[in-house]
Each structure stands twice: as C-alpha cells, then as structure tokens.
Design a protein around this ligand. Structure first.
Ligand SMILES: *Cc1c(COP(=O)(O)O)cnc(C)c1O
Length: 396
C-alpha cells in the first residue's frame, strides 16, 4: 500500500503532499505499515533526464553511470528502465555491481570504473564486464590474460589528465598508443575524468580538455569519453564519442550556477508518529539544542540518521532544513536521532497534522541539492546515504 492510500485509510486524513498516484512498477523494503519512511523513485523522470542529455550530446553516445546502486536509486530498476529507453552502455565501480547488472541486462555493455584487482581478469571475462584499466600493472595483467585466453571482450583505458586519482599518465599512454590501437587489441574506449566540471570557470577544465584532445590524437580510431554530468554542460569540446552522466540522471543539478535543468527523481516521506505541545522555554531532543521561543507544536517523524538522514543536517543556526507538512514548509528542529526527527508545525492550523500523516523530507519543494548544505555535504552524498529501512517504490 502507498503512503497516501494508507493515510487515507485513517479517517479524514488528507493525502500526502505531492503524493504520486501512479502504480508502482516495483517495490522493496518493509511494507509501508512497518516502516517509518517511504522513498519514491520516479523512473520516468530518470528516463526523461537521460533522454534530455542524450539529445544535448548527439551524435555522441550517452551512457549511464549506475555505480553505488544507481546513486541509491536502485541498480536493477534504473538499469532496466534506461536500457528500455535505448541506453546501451553502463558504468559501475565494482565487479559485484557489474554482475548484478549483467543478470538484469544480458546484452548491455558494462564497464567497471575501479579496474581489476590482482588476479581478477578471469572474473571480468566470466561476467562479460569490461574493466576500465587505470594503471600499468592492470594493463599488463589484462593483456596477458587476453593473450592466453584469446579473450576479445574489450576494456577501457583510463588516462589521467589532471585528476590524479585513476589513470595512466599521458606519457605512459603515449608509449602504448601504437600497440593498443591495433585493431585486435580490444581497447574499446579511451577515457579521462574532469576534476572541477561543476565550476565552469575553473582553469583546470580547459587544461584537461586540451590534454585529452592530445590523448585522442594518439588513440585515433578508438572511441573516447571525458564528460560526467557537469562536463556535458561545459560544451561540445567535452562530448567526444561518449558521455558518462550519473548525478544529473538522478535529478541533481549539474549546473550549480543556474537553475536545475533536470527533473527531480526522489521523494522521501516520513511518518508522523505523534504531535506534541512544547511550552515556551522548553527544549526538544538530545543535547537540548533547540529551545521553543513560543508555545509550540512539534511533529515527531519516524526517520533518523539510522535511515541515512544525515545527523549533521540538524542546523543549529538560524536557517533550518525544511520538511513539507500539509503542503507547508516547516523547520526541522533539534538534533536528529537515530530513528526520529522533530518538525516545528506551530505555524500550521491547530487541526493538522495528525498521527499517521506524512511529512515530505525530500521532494520537489525541498530537494536533495537544497538539503545537502545543511548536512555540510553535496547531493551525491545525500542520495547515496539514503538507507535501507525505507519502503521503496519505483514509479514509471
Ligand atoms: C562517478 C563518475 C562519473 C559520473 O559522474 P557524475 O558527476 O555523477 O555525472 C563519470 N565518470 C567517472 C570516472 C566517475 O567516477
């Protein structure tokens, strides 16, 4: 049962704000009745975001980065929806993620960004997963494996252009270019990664674009890829033959300086366990960190840091993170507990909310990018932190 249906069952309760009435295509986690939070993931919005990016970069190919359980949105559900929409290439971090995706998508091209651990080549071939090779020892191992086993399943070569995280140096890449571009070698993609793509004027962007241009010359005839989500918006110089968006697919803003061009994807609603009166001068929660400046009403909501709702999100300053209760923005007050948080609903009419109503903690009205700074972090971490205790519902 859905959050909004459930509360309609409670006599007279209004529908959850922004409640989605479409039928879920898939559900996971405990039933709504047995959990404190309901996470709704809009697969149609993810597909729309992917299609929008694919149009922007055409004729370059648009892949999808689905590492970390598709940024917390569900690897198999997201992978399936994007494959049906025409996405052919997927990036994960680890072989275990690649295997899980392979079971769902027998025909997709799957790359594992973190490369091959020592002795791991056979396992990659076994799952038909292409390693993204990021160092010389990996390349030596992979080459030997491919030669001995006549394996032609392909791999990508990561060349570092300034991030200094993964990748061969440009000098190492130059030394192998002739050998690796031979038609039977099996390097299907040469890629690099931008360090500062979301800062449009950062000088490192131009340096990386220029260096990667030189790398592409060395590897003529091999497809290449540079841009993540934000990189796509730096313009066509980053698009090459393939782009690799992650965050933007899930509704995060790839252009922090201007309005978000992507559709929101995730909604999190928490159950109101009770509403209590707190007198002026009394405090709420651990550490007594919030004091009521007037007689107040506090809605206690069954979501906490044990659900990945970051404890740091409890602002002690004047500006507070927001929950949407009965369609109104209400401040979250006091410390976030493991299983609960408190919302000041004094500004709402006396009748609402009630026990069993739902507070929207993340949604169109107050999204992940808006919530993240309160926890001293970025949307990526809010998304990938979303916990496993929620009822999860995928809509299309
Ligand atoms: C995670 C990752 C991406 C996707 O980045 P977003 O900023 O989420 O679009 C692309 N390429 C590499 C190498 C990555 O690690």
């Amino acid at each position: 049962m859905r959050a909004d249906e459930l509360q309609q069952g409670a006599a007279g309760a209004a529908a959850a704000p922004g409640a989605d009435r479409s039928v879920p295509v898939s559900e996971a986690g405990p039933p709504v009745m047995e959990t404190g939070g309901v996470l709704t993931i809009d697969l149609a919005a993810i597909v729309a975001n992917w299609s929008d990016l694919a149009r922007r970069v055409a004729p370059a190919d648009c892949s999808a980065v689905v590492k970390a359980d598709a940024y917390g949105c569900g690897l198999v559900e997201v992978g399936g929806a994007l494959a049906r929409a025409g996405c052919k290439t997927f990036f994960v971090a680890h072989l275990s993620e690649a295997r899980a995706l392979r079971r769902a998508l027998p025909d997709a091209v799957i790359y594992a960004l973190n490369g091959i651990p020592p002795g791991g080549s056979a396992a990659f071939a076994d799952a038909r997963v292409r390693p993204v090779i990021g160092s010389m020892p990996e390349l030596v191992e992979w080459d030997a494996f491919c030669r001995v086993n006549a394996w032609t399943g392909g791999a990508a070569l990561h060349v570092d252009t300034g991030m200094n995280r993964l990748g061969l140096s440009v000098e190492e890449a130059a030394a192998l270019a002739v050998r690796v571009t031979a038609p039977d070698h099996g390097i299907a993609l040469v890629m690099s990664h931008l360090a500062c793509a979301e800062q449009t004027r950062h000088p490192l962007n131009e340096r990386q674009i220029q260096t990667f241009r030189e790398v592409r010359m060395l590897f003529r005839g091999v497809d290449s890829s540079l841009a993540n989500s934000s990189g796509i918006f730096l313009g066509p110089a980053t698009h090459c033959e393939m782009v690799r968006p992650g965050a933007a697919l899930y509704g995060l803003n790839p252009t922090p300086d201007v309005a978000n061009p992507m559709r929101p994807v995730v909604r999190l609603e928490g159950r109101v366990v009770q509403v209590r009166k707190v007198r002026k001068g009394e405090t709420v929660g651990y550490g007594a960190s919030w004091t009521a400046s007037r007689d107040s009403r506090i809605a206690v909501v069954a979501v906490g840091y044990g659900d990945g709702f970051l404890r740091a999100a409890a602002a002690t300053g004047a500006e507070k993170p927001i929950a949407i209760v009965m369609g109104k923005r209400c401040p979250i007050v006091g410390r976030i507990s493991m299983d609960l948080l408190a919302v000041d609903v004094t500004a709402l009419p006396e009748v609402s909310p009630r026990r069993g109503d739902w507070a929207t903690l993340l949604g169109e009205e107050f999204g992940i990018d808006a919530a993240a700074p309160f926890a001293g972090t970025i949307g990526y971490e809010v998304l990938t932190s979303l916990g496993r205790r929620y009822h999860r519902s995928w809509r299309s």
